[in-house]
Design a protein around this ligand. Sequence first.
Ligand code: SF4
Ligand code: SF4
Length: 128
Amino acid sequence: MHSCDGCTMCCKFMKVEEISKAGNVWCEHCKIGSGCRIYDERPASCRVYECVWLKTQALEKPMPLALRPDRSKVVIGTGNQGEDIVLYVTPDRADAWQQKEFAPLLGEFQRRGIAVAVSCNDVLRRII
Ligand code: SF4
Ligand code: SF4
């Protein structure tokens, strides 16, 4: 069992329609760096959400700790029915995906022919 270990960054970056939560603002229910205050009653979309960093923790070659969203300030998600990668960033750290720790990962996506876009405030920019 792999866990977010208090990351909580998706509770800031992502929209949650059920509770009208906008992107790039902390959810009112988030205990930042700890977890969800309404964990047992959290919306369905929160229950199923796993960022790509978290998903890889169960794999033989997990993404490194430096890329965990609370450290990297990038939430790695998917688009196009899971075919593409979307790197979510916030306007105050719009260049966070350019930190050196991302270079090997972006190289691997490129080698594997996976499309990658950066999303900042709903503006999607294809980078690979
Ligand atoms: S961004 Fe990923 S690692 Fe962080 S809390 Fe959300 S699902 Fe967990
Ligand atoms: S309801 Fe809970 S899990 Fe969902 S965004 Fe808010 S703090 Fe995060």
